[in-house]
Every structure is written in structure tokens, then in C-alpha cells.
Write a protein that binds this ligand. Structure first.
Ligand SMILES: C[S@@+](CC[C@H](N)C(=O)[O-])C[C@H]1O[C@@H](n2cnc3c(N)ncnc32)[C@H](O)[C@@H]1O
Length: 280
């Protein structure tokens, strides 16, 4: 396990993932009934953007950095920036919240959260951060085990963020298996599966397998900061959204063109959103 999210926190991929994650949670919370948030590859709760790792790559500058001082953000992105701003009360961008913190900020009295992180140190930091928070459980275990270990949940409503580091060649297949397992155990589970786009050709098999995975609805959402066939680094990222709440796709359709234009790093990028399964 070499991957450390501290090098990448707040980059363009985090912007897409976290802005969508927050909106999905918001939409699910329109109902007052309890829900369970599962974060299988949680990372830690807070990243210091002036620390050695983030300042070495400077990736956040082309992510949250490009939105931080804008006064013309569309509402969905303004909500996301406000969530980051909660960690930076003096107004300067220094700390970036990871997915567990972003979700914890939205947790209502009736909701709970299950986090797992395999990196020993990060799991310990996470446990310490949420100590005394009775609705948050932190596990040091393989995140792909979450569906088997926890689904179905008593609340009957769950959102699973599946966000592995994709260091291993079988990660995409393990994600497809995880999605199938989760839906098999609780059909209405909402899943946000994040994936990197380096060379689109390498993803074709993944797209096909997700489309054939016998899940009810799959919305594919992608943001491309450069052309997606260069094979040079992270050209973009995507989210497979299983059972996304309405009207997420309509909202994203309004926001993605603006976001793609703001986060572009070279001509030839853009965005795409389509249904791999369900909804015309
Ligand atoms: C992309 S980062 C997570 C970022 C976080 N979800 C966020 O959005 O802020 C992936 C994390 O998964 C952890 N990890 C790697 N393999 C894992 C596994 N099999 N189970 C659980 N965590 C794992 C890594 O240590 C890393 O912290």
C-alpha cells in the first residue's frame, strides 16, 4: 500500500467526487428516515494543504484552488466550497476535508456512518478524530468486505462511497464484484464508485462489466481535464452512480459544463454523463 491521499487531496478528482457526494447525501436526506453512510476506503478526515505531501504536488491548486475565491459558483458547487470553508474559519484555504469529514458534517441525529481504512496509521488517525462520536464506527479492515459485513443495514437506506486507490490491477474488477454484492444484499443501496481516467481504452471492459452487472440504474458521470486517451497521468475521473436520487442528473447536467471549463488543464477535455443502465 503506497497510495497516500495527502498528495492528491483537493485535486480536480476530489472536487468532482466530493461535490457529487455532498449533493447525493443532501438529496437522500430530504426524507427524514435514517440512513447509513458507508465509506470503504475512507482515508483520513482532514488534510493539510500546506503540509509536505500536498505542497510537493500542488494538485489542489488546480482543483479546489480554482474555485476557492470565485463569487460566481453554481449552487451545487457553492455548497461544496462551503463544506471546505467550514474547516478554514479564518478564510484562507489550508485544510481540506476528506470524505469522512464531509459526510460527518451532514450527519443528522438519526443517521450513522461506517468507515474502513486499511492503512494502519490513517485508520488510527481516523479513529482518534471521531472518538466520542457515537454515530461513527471506524474499522481497520479491507473495504471490499463492507457489503458482506454490513449490508443490509437496519435503516434500509444506505449510501456507499467506494473510492479505492487503484494501485492494483484487479481493483476495477473488485469494484464491480463489490457493487454486485451490495445490490444483491440490498437492492436499493445507493453507490458512488469513483474511478480514475488515464487512458479510456483501459476502461472499456470496466464499463461493459458494470453495464452487465444486473444493477437497477447506473449513471456515469465524468470530468476530463485533458484529452482522455493520452495515457499520461490523471486525465480525468468518473463516478458510477448506482441508484442515484432524483433529480441529481438534471442538476449535474447544469453544472458539469461550467465545472469542466473551470478545471480544464489543456484543450480537448470536457465532461460526459449518460445512463449505462436504466432511465432513458
Ligand atoms: C482515494 S483514497 C480515499 C480518499 C477518501 N475516500 C476521500 O474522498 O477523501 C483511498 C484510501 O484507501 C485506502 N486503502 C487502500 N486499500 C484499501 C482496502 N483494501 N481497504 C480499505 N482501504 C484501503 C488507502 O490507504 C487510501 O487512504
Amino acid at each position: 500500500m503506497n497510495y497516500r491521499h495527502s498528495f492528491h487531496a483537493g485535486n480536480h478528482a476530489d472536487v468532482l467526487k466530493h461535490a457529487v457526494l455532498l449533493r447525493v447525501l443532501n438529496l437522500m436526506q430530504r426524507k427524514t428516515t435514517p440512513l447509513c453512510y458507508l465509506d470503504s476506503h475512507a482515508g483520513t478526515a482532514l488534510y493539510d494543504l500546506q503540509g509536505d505531501d500536498a505542497s510537493r504536488t500542488g494538485e489542489y491548486l488546480d482543483g479546489i484552488g480554482r474555485l476557492w475565491e470565485r463569487d460566481d459558483l453554481p449552487e451545487l458547487l457553492a455548497d461544496y466550497r462551503a463544506a471546505v470553508a467550514r474547516q478554514n474559519p479564518d478564510g484562507a484555504l489550508r485544510f481540506y476535508p476528506g470524505s469522512p469529514q464531509l459526510a460527518a458534517d451532514l450527519l443528522r441525529e438519526q443517521d450513522r456512518m461506517i468507515l474502513s481504512e486499511l492503512h494502519l496509521e490513517d485508520a488510527a488517525t481516523l479513529r482518534e478524530h471521531f472518538a466520542g462520536h457515537p454515530a461513527v464506527a471506524v474499522h481497520h479492515r479491507d473495504g471490499y468486505e463492507l457489503p458482506k459485513a454490513f449490508l443490509p443495514v437496519a435503516e434500509k437506506r444506505a449510501l456507499w462511497l467506494l473510492d479505492p486507490p487503484f494501485e492494483k490491477s484487479d481493483d476495477l474488477q473488485r469494484c464491480v464484484d463489490g457493487v454486485q454484492q451490495a445490490i444483491g444484499r440490498m437492492r436499493q443501496t445507493v453507490i458512488a464508485l469513483w474511478y480514475p481516467i488515464k487512458d479510456e481504452r483501459l476502461l472499456r471492459d470496466f464499463y461493459r462489466r458494470i453495464a452487465e452487472a444486473e444493477v437497477p440504474k447506473v449513471l456515469r458521470v465524468e470530468l476530463h481535464v485533458r484529452p482522455i486517451d493520452t495515457g499520461l497521468g490523471l486525465n480525468g475521473s468518473g463516478l458510477m452512480l448506482i441508484n442515484p436520487p432524483w433529480p441529481l442528473w438534471e442538476e449535474l447536467e447544469a453544472v458539469l459544463p461550467w465545472l469542466a471549463s473551470q478545471l480544464a488543464q489543456a484543450p480537448g477535455g470536457g465532461w460526459r454523463m449518460d445512463w449505462l443502465v436504466g432511465e432513458p
